[in-house]
Ligand binder design. Structure first.
Ligand code: GAR
Length: 208
């Protein structure tokens, strides 16, 4: 059984699908040990508490820099004996000391088809605003391993979503969540917990 630590900053709909997938047995070889939030008022914390999951809050603004913050995040992750760390709407870029300590053990959900609309500054609603501005007809979501390159680690699963006439960033964000994020994030976590993801350098192979 793998210990999963989930990092959050906001509403926590992706955390919710992970909780549901553990409870339904879609993720059968993993348990959510702890939810860590960078914001004290994140609704994700309420979702965790409702399901009896331990929560911790490490407020980014209370730290002078990213290195000191990252050290405390890593300490918390290690104290929880995490086998897997999931960034589920975690809006803080951590120092490379964290991913170096957890190589190929941290995954992130990004609301676009990487390598489009990703990297520093592309998070949350901004991603969908930029996709609409550029006029793409297809967008989607990506689950990938976290490395020192922002949104640059090996891709695990991607799912495409259609952009429709009249879409606003909010409408598109909701469609990407419903049709892509909430499906591929639990799938990727289940694959990881079943030891079915093999990393070959910059790419991954999913075992049947
Ligand atoms: C999700 O759309 C997630 O993909 C995105 O933030 C939202 C969080 O929603 N993450 C990023 O943009 C990370 N770069 P949630 O709190 O309801 O899961």
């Amino acid at each position: 059984m793998k210990n999963i630590v989930v990092l959050v900053s906001g509403g926590g709909t992706n955390l919710q699908v992970l909780i549901d997938a553990v409870e339904s047995g879609e993720i059968k070889n993993g348990v959510i040990k702890c939810v860590i939030s960078s914001k004290p008022d994140a609704y994700a914390l309420e979702r965790a508490k409702k399901h009896g999951i331990k929560t911790r809050v490490l407020v980014r603004k209370e730290y002078p820099d990213s290195v000191e913050y990252s050290r405390d995040i890593l300490k918390a992750i290690q104290e929880e004996q995490a086998d897997l760390v999931v960034y589920a709407g975690f809006m803080t870029i951590l120092d490379e000391l964290v991913c170096k300590a957890m190589p190929n053990k941290m995954i992130n959900i990004h609301p676009a088809l990487i390598p489009s609309f990703c990297g520093k500054g592309y998070y949350g609603l901004h991603v969908h605003e930029e996709a609409l501005k550029r006029g793409v007809k297809v967008t989607g979501a990506t689950v990938h391993f976290v490395t020192e390159v922002c949104d640059g680690g090996p891709i695990i699963i991607q799912k495409a979503v259609e952009v429709k006439n009249g879409d606003t960033p909010e409408i598109l964000q909701r469609r990407v969540m419903e049709q892509a994020e909430w499906k591929i994030l639990p799938q990727a976590v289940a694959l990881f917990c079943d030891d079915k993801i093999v990393v070959h350098g910059d790419t991954t192979e999913i075992l049947n």
